[in-house]
Design a binder for this molecule. Structure first.
Ligand code: AMP
Ligand code: MN
Ligand code: MN
Ligand code: MN
Length: 284
């Protein structure tokens, strides 16, 4: 089995700092052998990344990370092995991206009320490839303006519920997002479940519903989880008969997430989501 499989990362198409081809080269240089590009709500980087992967000789998996609202909370669903041309997926992602522009205006208005002017233009200037506009772009502009010393610092004081720059937004339904992924031939993965702060009962409810709707895997190893959470979600994956995925959630040099090429192995009790993939040299 290849030692480094990374099934979650971002390019300049969403809120990563490296262009798709550069990201693939960077990953290969760090020893990644199987890579999925999973930009937020956009598949526009997949063709470029796939060509780059072919050129450097690593396996490439087409992915996406879809923003979802479930019980008034935001969840992220990664789709692996999606067909980017599948119309319901393509059109659904386009609607999410369009709605992000409306949300960005709302965020900018909220910041303006707190005395922070010019954030809309500022954030768009950081969205280099123009795929999506996200809180990351606002946060980078705010760092450049001196409102905090790093992006993490911005998210402590701004852009989150109850703070300036927050704007409640309705993303895709869980059911829709899963139908788009499954309809396109892809595998739905619940991204970084440890980040949702749901409480035990709600988490079990979510896992039940995710599975009922066709969800297939939990992201067990991710830059967002502690080592204890690897084991906690490995057990939950097993309990709910879900496979396990692994990804850095890399956003670029200096960004707060795990470095590429450093993912620890999945806990032994997991069935890897790639267990029957040709790309990983497993049985198929
Ligand atoms: P959005 O989808 O527009 O709400 O933006 C969410 C993105 O903001 C995430 O994918 C992360 O890249 C980034 N983000 C959210 N919270 C934090 C945080 N506390 N520190 C750094 N980046 C964050
Ligand atoms: Mn992001
Ligand atoms: Mn995410
Ligand atoms: Mn991500």
């Amino acid at each position: 089995m290849p030692s480094q499989i990374d099934l979650h990362c971002h390019s300049t198409i969403s809120d990563g700092l490296l262009a798709p081809a550069d990201l693939v080269q960077y990953a290969a240089g760090k020893g990644v052998q199987v890579l999925a590009l999973t930009d937020h709500d956009d598949v526009a980087g997949l063709a470029e990344a796939e060509a780059a992967a072919q050129a450097v000789g690593i396996a490439f998996i087409r992915g996406v990370e879809i923003s979802v609202t479930w019980c008034r909370r935001t969840l992220h669903i990664v789709g692996l092995k999606v067909d980017p041309a599948y119309a319901p997926l393509y059109d659904g992602l386009k609607r999410i991206r369009d709605s992000r522009h409306v949300r960005a205006q709302g965020m900018a208005n909220s910041l303006a009320r707190a005395g922070i002017a010019g954030s809309l233009e500022g954030a768009y200037a950081h969205a280099t490839r123009g795929g999506i506009i996200s809180r990351s772009h606002f946060a980078r502009w705010m760092v450049a303006q001196g409102y905090a010393s790093d992006v993490r610092g911005v998210f402590k004081r701004f852009l989150v519920a109850g703070k300036p720059g927050y704007f409640e937004h309705k993303w895709a339904d869980l059911e829709q997002a899963l139908a788009w992924i499954i309809g396109s031939g892809g595998i739905p993965v619940l991204a970084h479940p440890g980040r949702y702060d749901l409480g035990r009962t709600r988490m079990l409810e979510l896992l039940n519903e995710f599975r009922e709707l066709g969800g297939k895997a939990l992201e067990v190893v991710t830059g967002s989880h502690t080592a204890d959470q690897y084991h906690e979600f490995a057990r939950l994956a097993r309990q709910f008969d879900l496979m396990a995925s692994s990804g850095s959630d890399y956003h670029g040099p200096g960004m707060t997430y795990m470095e590429m090429g450093r993912l620890p192995a999945l806990p032994e009790i997991c069935t890897p989501v790639w267990h029957d993939w040709a790309e990983t040299g497993e049985k198929h």
